[in-house]
Design a protein around this ligand. Sequence first.
Ligand SMILES: [Zn+2]
Length: 132
Amino acid sequence: MHKGSCLCGKIKFEVAGEIPPMHACHCSICRKASGHYGVGADVSREALKINGEENIKWFQTSEWARRGFCANCGTPLFFDPIDNKKIGWIGVSMGAFDKPTCTKMTMHIFTQDKGDYYEIVDGLPQHEQAPK
Ligand SMILES: [Zn+2]
C-alpha cells in the first residue's frame, strides 16, 4: 500500500500493492503539464483509490488522454487514457507519492523533445521517441 496527495491535501490517493517501475517522459506535453518532465507510474485502475475526486480538474491533452490536477493547488496528479475501460491503467505522478516508494525509474523517452537547459546524466537508457 502506497499513499500520496496533492500539495494542499484536498486530493489523497492510495495504491494497493507495489508501484511499478516507470519512465521519465520528456515530450513537450509532459514538460508543460508537469513543469519539468513527466514521471508517472502506470497503476491498474482497481489498485487506485482516490479521496477528494471532486477536486480533480481534468484537461484533455491529446486525442487519447486527459490529465488531472488539483483544482485548488494545481498539483499535477493523473494521466488518464480516455478509453480507460479498455486500457485499465492510470498514470499517477511520482512526485505526489509519499516516501518510501520502493520503486525506480528505468528509462527516458521522447528525449528528442527534451528541454535544452538540462542534461540526462543518470545512465539510464534513453529513447529519442517511445521505445519499440
Ligand atoms: Zn490540492
